[in-house]
Design a protein around this ligand. Sequence first.
Ligand code: ACO
Length: 475
Amino acid sequence: MDNPQLHVMQQADASRTDGSRAEAPRADAHSGGNGHNPPPAPSPTPGALPSAPPSVSAAVERARNFGNSLLRPPQPMPRLPLAAAGERRYAQIVGWGMQVPDKVITNQDLEQIVDTTDDWIRDRTGIEERHVAADPRETSATLGAAAARKALEVADVHPSRVNVIMCATSSPEHTFPSTGSIIQDLIGADNAGAFDLSAACSGFVYALSLARGMILAGDAEYILVVGTETLSRIVDWTDRGTCVLFGDGAGAVLVAASDVPGGVLAVELGSDGSGGNTLILPAGGSAMPASLETVSGGNHYIKMDGKAVFRFATKVMAEATQKVVARAGLTLDDVDLVVPHQANRRIIENSVLRQLKIPAEKCFINVQKYGNTSTASIPIALCEAIEEGKVKPGDKLVFVGFGAGLTWAACALEWSVPVGKRPEDNWWQQTRRQATYQAAAYRSMWKKAVRRVYDMLPTDPEASPAPPPSREPGK
Ligand code: ACO
């Protein structure tokens, strides 16, 4: 294959086109549209109004219908057929991107805040500095959206072609709406479903395994998997046992359906809820709703039994790696690069290097620059490994993580796309890309404005509610 990345894309495009075509009549039958174009609005123009002088309530009703037509949610994603001509499908990573805030906090800076030393932090964790979202406008969603855009740019895929956005995060913007939905709006992925996945630091690998499942099942062609965090906002900056460990950032990969063999080969997921209290954010959920007491007691900050988590982590990282490698039909010697969750250099050394005897050059570590960025740490490490030329087509990789829950997750994959530097975009490509994101921002503003106008209309309790979006059995 001359250009596997191109082939991966073409294959995904071909399936997408076929799938959309196959589904069009069905969508039409329900909505009067093809699922992508907005359905025709009833009498939106003055010329379409009835000739008799309209009563006020009729005008309100028309305005309401018009508002409904603009606010109607996108049609459900069409169920796409399996790869054309009975081809086997593979879930290939075709795009990647990362984003960290500009502000860097060094160990020396932390010496000014809590009773700690640069020597202690380096020696016990390997961390030298971390990035922190100092600007309140920088959030888990904005960092995640920036990483997602970069992943789409690497793959040269338009946001409208993404079917699903899976956002793994331990520091979501809100309990709901999901940070995934906010990212969907920010990048203008108007045809995508979006949700958050909560499995703490294992979340990115959990999401990647779900993405693989959806792609192999034929339910999606392009899935954005995002890990994004602003942990600095839920860390107790007076607790030296935790505040020295964490950092902010985001990483994303675009997973595509492909007939090129390889991609995500096997996954291993695990959970031991009996250890939930060893790493917990106690308040703010339904078990301990926010109150004056929870706030004054510092219960909205991360609490951790560091030693217990350390013991658990070193054990499961090694076990999960062994299991996933075996499940993929490989041996540890076949593995070209392990990209572990970056929590603590000693955890990685004890598990990956000592227990599994994987040589240091086959294990990527960048915890010194970012600290523990939870769900973002593996995709950020992957981006840097690619940047440093440590990943090439044909390589067998293992991603392995652990986190609160307690959870663990590993996946084995065969890298298939070229990773050389992309040629610089020409002015037209850059302009087109900017225009895409600008248009997404205007679309979002327009929808919000329509909602506000709609809210101001008097409501008629007798009026029949807007019909629910059409659903087919089994979807
Ligand atoms: N600076 C200086 N001294 C410190 C600091 C600090 N920042 N933190 C703790 N100490 C002290 C302790 O108070 C203790 O002092 P004492 O002996 O007088 O009581 C001493 O250092 C040793 O403390 P330990 O807890 O034994 O230190 P340890 O070597 O275990 O390292 C650490 C602590 C770094 C937290 C380690 O246990 C660890 O990395 N655990 C795993 C944490 C982790 O990975 N969490 C994230 C999970 S992923 C997720 O889901 C978010």
